[in-house]
Design a protein around this ligand. Structure first.
Ligand SMILES: Nc1nc2c(c(=O)[nH]1)N[C@H]1C(S)=C(S)[C@@H](COP(=O)(O)OP(=O)(O)OC[C@H]3O[C@@H](n4cnc5c(=O)[nH]c(N)nc54)[C@H](O)[C@@H]3O)O[C@H]1N2
Ligand SMILES: Nc1nc2c(c(=O)[nH]1)N[C@H]1C(S)=C(S)[C@@H](COP(=O)(O)OP(=O)(O)OC[C@H]3O[C@@H](n4cnc5c(=O)[nH]c(N)nc54)[C@H](O)[C@@H]3O)O[C@H]1N2
Ligand code: SF4
Ligand SMILES: [Mo]
Length: 710
């Protein structure tokens, strides 16, 4: 074979392929891939895409390194060493599939299909290869339904209860906002391509406020950073409403025409004075008044909530309260006014065609992945126990809480585990069979977005490496071996793509698969960002058609998208229909005095890229940021290794002492692999398994720890 450098320049065929970043990130960037003689040499952002605007990010701009990583899994493998050792031997696809299917069949025969459990999330966000790719297969099997609620499901429940499943504000309309509150979102790291729209608004005179325990990259660019105690945002929102109502800053016409339950809300917030909220949040009462007044009197005023807003006992009610604010002041009347959570709801994705919930046996057991450690190690006393696990698009050992219980469960000799991934992740090391998956450059897909109004087409740029296959092909092969004959199990990628969206929906007018393939992306057929004010005249997709201060949905629920389409066992327990305060669950009384939060890393996407050299260099090792006061009390100096611990577990972290973090709060970014950590455990070793109040959301920010020098 001729080495690339030996080929005369004139013989090199260079093409540019239109692709899409696959990551679970609101930006869903349009990528251009340079391919030279069949090898991808570069990725860059599409300069014509209004959101991507020519740039990718530190997580992805060396994507070819991920594709050609020498550690890539290129063949199926079978475990030969003890679980967790990472010792495997190469086998053929035929051997792998035969073994998987015979082990699945054996446990189904002996214990029933619920003894098999899939574990997956958003390793790729593609409609074909992402969230729902395995759902039809496991629904048909009757396997335990995997509830996947660790990202925004509590916020989705709360948001839907209040204003319905609406797209909310077009992120590009933010340039028109005059007052922007960025609430629990580190945009410059996690939603980078939205920042230029905020910066443009700021240039035009808008005030940008960040509410966050950490003065992070985004907060440093804001006009006002308001440090808050984690998990107390609900108190702040209620007190803002108290000020707005008691000082007559409401929009009476908007309230009369487009809301229900105002009397009950006004009654509820009467007791929630700024002084009361100050005690909960640590924010001076006068600052709370100023924030409420400025927010209510600037038009258009805008709130961007991050996913982190839901990660504590009262996360759901917090989002309920925040979602009431725009209607209270009539913010929705203007372009650039209102609330931005998940514009995903603008995308008419044909979810049913991907999940096939009708294949599910009614009454099938549901187990939440957030409890996976307990489900596997026996503490949940499941009957039947989980004897076979299939993991794809996820790395649960890093992203789920109670990491030690999970490691204990995964090490069970009687558990048969299959993992499909790009590399041998922490979870894959415990697998009995590992399967090689293609990366985005080797597979075809169509991308929705949870951060903007564009659909993006991902054309495969190169041939699959080794024997890697896309998830779609993996489930076609498995279904054939299991003898599943429904038409959905033999669909080609092109056929799946044709079903991906509801092409007849008004938002899809003028968009076809052919046009998408040609141009790489298209904006949904909605009014432009200079005109889009979806709720200027109300029209909320709630039962009443209004913002529901008092919700007509009075039971807790999980959006079916997060549970393989299942609507079983719904509705959940009764919920007070008027927003109220739910304080953090864990307090200093237990002896662990620091409130730990574990938001996203700057250089990883969840745990993805956590093993890539460049990203590891940028991110550094597992760290913990402490306020100088807290560090001094414990005799800790910057750069020292410390032990972070509570009753659930511990990990070793490099201490960073900084005024940027609020006193009493410790911050450890998530995503570091156990394999790369000092004592083989990372921040999720200490996080709790308990849910928040709505939508079975996680409580990663509702954790108490102590820290000591090692
Ligand atoms: N670089 C990078 N980008 C990513 C990801 C990644 O892993 N890395 N992951 C993607 C995914 S899956 C998601 S869900 C999004 C999430 O992105 P974001 O919504 O930005 O969420 P986080 O980064 O987890 O947390 C944001 C901020 O919330 C703060 N915070 C934590 N608890 C509380 C609280 O109780 N109240 C308040 N007010 N603030 C709090 C943290 O200090 C942090 O600064 O990012 C996406 N983009
Ligand atoms: N402490 C703490 N924990 C958290 C969070 C937090 O903020 N703090 N955030 C939570 C949130 S918001 C989220 S979204 C979850 C994320 O949880 P996950 O979605 O599990 O995220 P990743 O760890 O990135 O795992 C994705 C895996 O899928 C693999 N993958 C990527 N593409 C493909 C593919 O095409 N095929 C196959 N088979 N595999 C592929 C990747 O290599 C990677 O190993 O983590 C949650 N956990
Ligand atoms: S991770 Fe997000 S910001 Fe980075 S390239 Fe992908 S979509 Fe864009
Ligand atoms: Mo997420």
């Amino acid at each position: 074979m001729t080495a690339i450098e030996d080929i005369p320049l004139t013989d090199v065929t260079t093409t540019t392929v239109r692709a899409a970043c696959p990551h679970d990130c609101p930006d869903t960037c349009a990528m251009l891939v340079t391919v030279e003689n069949g090898k991808a040499t570069e990725v860059r952002g599409d300069p014509d895409h209004p959101f991507t605007n020519g740039g990718l990010c530190v997580k992805v701009n060396n994507y070819p390194d991920k594709v050609y990583n020498p550690e890539r899994l290129l063949h199926p493998m079978r475990r030969v060493g003890p679980k967790g050792s990472g010792r495997f031997e190469q086998i053929t696809w035929d051997e792998a599939l035969t073994e998987i299917v015979s082990r699945f069949r054996a446990t189904i025969d002996e214990h029933g299909p619920e003894s098999v459990m899939p574990v997956s999330y958003l390793g790729t966000q593609g409609i074909l290869n992402g969230l729902n790719v395995g759902d039809p297969f496991f629904n048909k099997m009757g396997a335990t339904v995997s509830e996947r609620t660790y990202c925004d499901s509590g916020a989705c429940t709360a948001y839907t209860m209040t204003i319905g499943a609406t797209a909310g504000v077009d992120p590009e309309s933010l340039v028109h906002s005059r007052y922007i509150i960025i609430w629990a979102c580190n945009m410059v790291s996690t939603n980078l391509h939205l920042w230029p729209f905020v910066a443009e608004a700021q240039r035009r005179g808008a005030k940008v406020v960040v509410i966050d325990p950490m003065k992070h990259r985004t907060a440093k660019r804001a006009d006002w950073h308001i440090p808050i105690r984690p998990g107390t945002d609900g108190a702040l929102a209620l007190a803002m409403m108290h000020v707005i109502i008691s000082e007559g800053l409401t929009d009476e016409d908007y309230i009369r025409d487009h809301t229900v339950g105002y009397e009950e809300l006004a009654e509820r917030v009467r007791e929630h004075t700024p002084e009361w909220a100050s005690e909960q949040t640590g924010i001076p009462a006068e600052d709370i008044r100023t924030l409420a007044r400025e927010y209510a009197t600037s038009a258009p005023s805008m709130i961007r909530i991050g996913v982190a807003i839901e990660r504590h006992a009262g996360g759901g009610q917090t989002v309920r309260s925040i979602a009431c604010l725009p209607a209270l002041v009539g913010a929705w009347k203007n372009v650039g006014g209102g609330l931005l959570q998940l514009p995903l709801w603008a995308h008419p994705v044909n979810w049913g065609a991907h999940m096939h919930p009708e294949l599910q046996t009614p009454g099938t057991r549901v187990v939440n992945q957030y409890l996976l450690g307990r489900a596997l190690n026996g503490e949940m006393q499941l009957d039947p126990p989980i004897n076979a696990l299939m993991v794809y698009n996820s790395n649960p050992l890093v992203v789920c809480p109670e990491q030690d219980k999970m490691a204990e469960g995964l090490a069970r000799e009687d558990l048969f585990t299959v993992v499909s991934d790009h590399v041998l992740t922490d979870t894959a090391r415990y697998a009995d069979i590992v399967l090689p998956a293609t990366t985005q450059l080797e597979q075809k897909d169509l991308m929705f977005s949870w951060g903007h109004f564009y659909i993006t087409y991902n054309e495969p740029a190169i041939e699959p490496l080794g024997e890697a296959i896309p998830n779609t092909e993996l489930f076609r092969r498995l279904a054939a071996r299991m003898g599943y004959t429904e038409p959905c199990f033999t669909r080609t990628d092109d056929e799946m793509m044709a079903e991906a969206y509801d092409w007849d929906a008004p938002a899809m007018e003028g968009i076809t698969l052919e046009s998408l393939r040609e141009s790489g992306w298209a904006r949904l057929n909605l009014p432009g960002p200079d005109e889009y004010a979806p709720h200027a005249e109300g029209n909320f997709p709630t039962p009443s058609g209004k913002t529901e201060f008092k919700s007509s949905i009075e039971n807790n629920f999980v959006v079916p998208l997060f549970r393989q389409g299942s609507n079983d066992h719904q509705p959940g327990e009764h919920v007070d229909p008027v927003p109220h305060y739910v304080p953090p669950r864990e307090t200093a009384d237990g002896g662990y005095r620091l409130n730990l939060i574990s938001p996203k890393s700057h250089a990883f996407v969840n745990s993805s890229a956590g093993d890539q050299d460049k990203q590891k260099r940028v991110q550094g090792e597992q760290s913990v940021i402490l306020h100088p006061q807290d560090a001094e009390e414990r005799g800790i100096s910057d750069g020292q290794y410390v032990r972070v611990y509570n009753d659930r577990g511990q990990y070793i972290a490099l201490a960073q002492v900084s005024e940027d973090i609020a006193p009493g709060v410790a911050l450890s970014p998530m995503g570091v692999w156990r394999k790369n950590a000092k004592d083989q455990s990372t921040v999720n070793a200490v996080n709790p398994f308990r849910f928040a109040d709505l939508g079975n959301a996680p409580t990663f920010s509702d954790t108490r720890v102590e820290v000591e020098v090692v």
